[in-house]
Design a protein. Sequence first.
Length: 187
Amino acid sequence: MEPLAVAQRLKERCPEEVLNITEFRGQVSVVLKKDRILEICRYLHDEPELYFDYLKDLCGVDYLGKKGKRFEIVYHLYSIRHRHMIRLKAEVTEDDCTIDSVMPVWIGANWHERECFDMYGVVFKGHPDLRRLLMPEDWEGHPLRKDYPVKGPEKEWSGFVEVLEKAERFKEFQWVSIKAGEGGRGE
């Protein structure tokens, strides 16, 4: 099924939820309200003619300065059986920076949602283990937000001294390359 046909089918099923459908260079994006994202994803996964069984990617986008819906959560879905794909975009406000987790549909959403939470601060309701993935647990802020300071947080991270001390302790285990001609590989 062509991606535009998939989008039209989704619009027929959930006319109140589909805000916009765009096509660019053969790729179709469907902009949705966030409220029924889990239900919509379950339909796309379970419907035999669609069968989007693979969540290729889930990521966040920050549109700082955009009125109302500052964030978008973007889902790239693919059907291995039918070889078609579609992109869903769910709008999330800064005031209510939450959206339902799609882990009940695709277990692989686990790490994607944790990364999005860590980098953008979007909370995925119903996620069984929503905690930081890339940044330390005590890190303040969300580094991919456009209002995050370019040079990092104003104050130094509390774990920084500990990292420096460990680096000094483990210095004796650093890799030392052997120069060419001294029995080494010439690296």
